[in-house]
Design a protein around this ligand. Sequence first.
Ligand SMILES: N#Cc1c(-c2ccc3cc[nH]c3c2)n[nH]c1N
Length: 242
Amino acid sequence: MRVDVVSIFPDYLAPLDLSLVGKARTAGLLDLRVHDLRDWTTDRHRTVDDTPFGGGAGMVMRPDVWGRALDDVLDDGAHLLLPTPSGAPLTQRTAEALAGEQHLVVACGRYEGIDARVAEHYATRPGVTVSEFSIGDYVLNGGEVAALVLVEAVARLLPGVVGNPESLVEESHGAAGLLEYPVFTKPPSWAELDVPEVLLSGHHARIARWRRDQALLRTAARRPDMLDALAADPGAFDAHDL
Ligand SMILES: N#Cc1c(-c2ccc3cc[nH]c3c2)n[nH]c1N
């Protein structure tokens, strides 16, 4: 998979050289390219923004600069992703779908955002898909953090990136559709708190049952909306869960 990220703060994406995403790049599983939007400016001040039509506070990112950058970066079959507070929520299901694509291009806005004609223009380009997404109901100062979130959420789903693919099933929001159960390690007793006996029993069926029950309890307590979605899926629960 190739991922291009365009930003006026390319150094913001430096963490993608580290850890799991960094290893995926080194292993050739992820071709990540970070670009400075100002490389596509034409004036000596390298201007990327201007005042908003209709008035209002702040500045808007110019469509002509973004257009030159995206014309260079986008190719046939690319998915243009625009982080914005007004976008569709980025979910695990979205990440899974994106992990199956060949080329993602993330356009990181700043100021009051990117001129709306950019998304509109590229949505009409044959072979290009455009999606505006949000990483949560809070306001950031730009799209770079969202780009970091999206790249990590997608990269970890690429074949060969995570050591044990089974771990992707039971994690929160994984294929099971539940929050993950609590985890414990040595020592067996800490701060007068003991690890649940069942986890020390070696009885794999009981351990699996306990973990499933804990995942259901946690999901019911913290994310009942996720249980509602599961309840709507006839194949989600089996007799074991009742
Ligand atoms: N995704 C996302 C965002 C943003 C965001 C994204 C882009 C820009 C450009 C200027 N300000 C921005 C905020 N805020 N909160 C989110 N969940």
